[in-house]
Design a protein around this ligand. Structure first.
Ligand code: SF4
Ligand code: SF4
Length: 440
């Protein structure tokens, strides 16, 4: 029996990336799973050794479906190892290739199969359906059913379903009609396209609203190209490359239909896919490879965009001691580190306290907190300890998954701290400015 998809790992390009690793081990301390397990095979270097053994035919099907799959599936694809690596190893591309091969060989249980089918194939590509589900979940929250389910969950719900329930944020199902652009307020400085996303819009619509308002206040007309869809990040990281490509084509065609100043994303994970991973997805498609490069060059994270275009300084006071939890994909892939911090520091009244390990993943990582719930919990516990030690009143984030994960973490750790996106804090300042009040 042969390993399905092994040709992905045996391509000359993949092998060339593998041999860039010089086994120095400088990435080990940056790796959250190495911190949890302390084992070489759960470190970036160990995983590269496994990938190389598979690529060179030194691993049979049995070892591939057991040891290889186990250790590679535990990787969060957070890419902290890429930042730490002095040799420039493109670990993200390597792990995505390994995940694609794993997906072709893995037998998954009925519950996980159902969750993957429902989440990745039905809900994420279909925003209407996702919003309908969010409305049902909102009823579930406000009627008190959630309290009963949460009390019984440890006894009755399978672990992946319990993990899904735990990360459900308080939902405010007020959705904007995206058919007309949002006009610039004051002097018009340009036109941008906004990437609405899927989970962010359905479950955290208030973040999208704040993003649009802040762009408007800074003189930008905000467009919402019809036909856009989920970015496909979860699909890529779970080895569902065919569907990821289909979603990417829809987004590229929707956003390239008009020449915008920028394509704005407010979720670190989505932005990393739209800016970086989307290009690699089409490496063997001459038509879409060029289009993907043009599209990716236009994508900007909201903090990155505003850092040089904050035409209207936020002058309303927002008195709060806050800490900022980096999104791994914003920090390690998009390299946007300073901008969100500078924006926060520009707001009167905001006191920013840094975490001891600001670059350490929170354990969200797409659907990792659902499919690898125990490990994700251990990673989240460490993050919450770090957050608690700052004495912060609010947690500030820049990615949807982190937002949901840290709401759940804060509740579980009994800290009960509010979690806001950077742009929500900016929006609070502008609203305070408008009211002439001291605090939003
Ligand atoms: S991507 Fe993250 S979890 Fe995976 S090996 Fe690198 S540092 Fe570790
Ligand atoms: S830091 Fe880079 S070169 Fe060194 S072991 Fe890690 S991946 Fe390999």
């Amino acid at each position: 029996m042969t390993i399905k998809g092994i040709e992905i790992l045996q391509s000359p390009d993949y092998k060339a990336k593998l041999i860039q690793c010089i086994h120095c081990g400088l990435c080990l301390q940056a790796c959250p799973t190495y911190a949890v397990f302390g084992t070489e095979m759960d470190s970036p270097r160990g995983r590269i050794v496994l990938m190389r053994a598979a690529a060179e035919g030194r691993i049979g099907l049995e070892e591939f479906t057991n040891s290889f799959t186990k250790h590679l599936s535990l990787c969060l694809a957070c890419r902290a190892c890429e930042t730490a690596c002095p040799s420039g190893v493109k670990y993200g591309i390597l792990v995505d290739g390994a995940q694609a091969a794993i997906a072709m060989n893995r037998r998954v249980g009925a519950v996980e199969r159902f969750i993957r089918w429902l989440g990745m194939h039905q809900l994420m590509p279909n925003l209407g359906l996702l919003k309908l589900m969010a409305r049902v979940m909102w009823l579930y929250e406000i009627t008190g059913v959630q309290k009963i389910v949460r009390a019984l969950a440890p006894y009755v719900l399978p672990r992946p379903l319990r993990a899904m329930e735990e990360i459900l944020p308080p939902i405010e199902p007020k959705y904007r009609d995206y058919r007309a652009p949002a006009p610039a307020i004051g002097e018009k400085r340009g036109e941008v396209a906004f990437f609405i996303g899927c989970i962010q819009e359905a479950f955290l619509a208030q973040v999208n609203e704040a993003t649009i308002r802040v762009l408007q206040r800074n003189g930008y007309e905000v467009h919402f190209p019809a036909g856009q869809t989920c970015c496909g990040a979860a699909h890529i990281h779970q080895g569902e490359h065919a569907l990821a490509r289909e979603l990417a084509r829809r987004n590229i065609d929707a956003f390239l239909a008009r020449d915008y100043d920028a394509i704005i994303s407010n979720a670190g994970g989505c932005g990393a896919t739209l800016k970086d991973e989307i290009v690699h997805l089409f490496h063997d498609d001459p038509v879409y490879y060029e289009k993907a490069k043009r599209f990716a060059a236009k994508v900007k994270d909201i903090s990155e965009f505003l850092a040089t275009r904050l035409h209207v300084p936020p002058q309303g006071r927002v008195n709060a001691r806050v800490t900022y939890a980096d999104s791994c994909h914003l920090r390690h892939v998009q390299k946007v580190v300073k901008q969100p911090r500078d924006l926060l520091k520009s707001i009167p009244g905001i006191q920013l306290i840094e975490l001891k390990l600001p670059d350490r993943c929170c354990g969200s990582a797409g659907v990792y907190n659902i499919v690898q719930a125990e490990t994700a919990d251990a990673i989240l516990d460490a993050k919450m300890q770090d957050i608690a030690s700052t004495g912060a009143e609010w947690i500030i984030v820049s990615n949807t998954g982190c937002h949901m994960q840290l709401i759940a973490g804060s509740r579980k750790a009994k800290l009960n701290l509010p979690v806001y996106h950077v742009v929500q804090v900016l929006d609070m300042s502008y609203r305070a400015m408008e009211r002439g009040s001291e605090r939003a």
